[in-house]
Design a protein around this ligand. Sequence first.
Ligand SMILES: CC(=O)SCCNC(=O)CCNC(=O)[C@H](O)C(C)(C)COP(=O)(O)OP(=O)(O)OC[C@H]1O[C@@H](n2cnc3c(N)ncnc32)[C@H](O)[C@@H]1OP(=O)(O)O
Ligand SMILES: O=C([O-])CC(=O)C(=O)O
Length: 371
Amino acid sequence: MSTTRGLEGIVATTSSVSSIIESVLTYQGYDIDDLADNASFEEVIYLLWNGRLPKEDELSQFTQELANHAEIPKEIIDQMKAYPIGKVHPMAALRTAISSLALFDEQADVMEEDANRLKALKIQAQIPTIVTAFSRIREGQEPVAPRTDLGFAANFLYMLTGNEPDEIAVNALDKALVLHADHELNASTFTARVCVATLSDVYSGITAAIGALKGPLHGGANEAVMKMLTEIGDVNNVEPYIRKALDNKEKIMGFGHRVYKDGDPRAKHLREMSKRLTEITGETKWYEMSIKIDEMVTGEKGLLPNVDFYSASVYHSLGINHDLFTPIFAVSRTSGWLAHILEQYDNNRLIRPRAEYVGPDKRSYIPIEQR
Ligand SMILES: CC(=O)SCCNC(=O)CCNC(=O)[C@H](O)C(C)(C)COP(=O)(O)OP(=O)(O)OC[C@H]1O[C@@H](n2cnc3c(N)ncnc32)[C@H](O)[C@@H]1OP(=O)(O)O
Ligand SMILES: O=C([O-])CC(=O)C(=O)O
């Protein structure tokens, strides 16, 4: 038996949801550059779940259905109020709340396609409500109920702040959601597929995926990037900070990628957004620091920024708390996880690889008094 550490380069399934071929990312055949410039997040969800772009009436119906399903059971809000506020990371809260949602869905274990599609719609609709409700609860505020007359990104920002957001913020968040929606067989999507390939339910798949996304080598990197930017604090501190980190062989968060070696096609969109948004807020230092870090890490290590690097200064510029960055990633990636879960059910086989044994040779049990 031979092993490949971290399954690098192993093709573990077929999928028509998204592809990365020669560093070009497509969702169902549409280039991410094209979608980032033209599509709304609702359109992208529809595309990922149906394999084609919606017509006008289909999109408005789908957008309305999402808005109509956005309320979460009161019991989930009450549960979140009982979480140990101050000690709980919002990703942990989200993981628990999504798992709890299953308890209030009588169809949770019904494995028919229509029931699974309805669960997908409900989970996608409710995940922003959970993230924003928890954010408010921990700040001692009441959650803001979703509105049925706002689009997905606008509703998120409205529920977060209680105020109707401006168009610039809505468009920026919408674009970030489009850019994060799916990414072939990344760690959290693989986790979701492994989970549901046992014929476990959709909620279990999403709960497992949230757990995988939380780690700093994956979705958790966007918060870690902001921590680094905050520690650096000023563009003049970039050089000594990064030099020390590189000399100590520390990982610079937001750089490197398992698949892209010539750069992540999503990063340029986020870099541009970071530039524009920091100009609007007047806090250009976040962009300037990011650019300087990028130049140093790329120049010295040949490592390029991934999706998490510039998204940090984008979300910060939108006034979002730093520990909500990864939950926002989850809000978007749920669309991709759900597409992969539905695809897995459609042509399922248990996912069960092998391990090469490297433990002790065969030995005999020694009674406890003789050890
Ligand atoms: C949405 C996403 O998940 S995008 C990725 C988000 N994660 C991050 O930004 C965290 C920082 N980056 C990393 O840890 C890695 O680049 C990963 C996990 C993304 C990809 O990892 P892998 O393909 O497994 O590369 P691996 O971790 O084996 O690194 C290979 C070499 O490059 C180095 N390296 C990789 N990334 C970085 C980095 N960000 N900073 C410094 N060195 C790095 C490693 O130290 C290693 O060096 P070595 O061979 O001298 O030991
Ligand atoms: O594909 C990966 O390994 C990580 C990534 O960029 C993503 O999930 O968006």
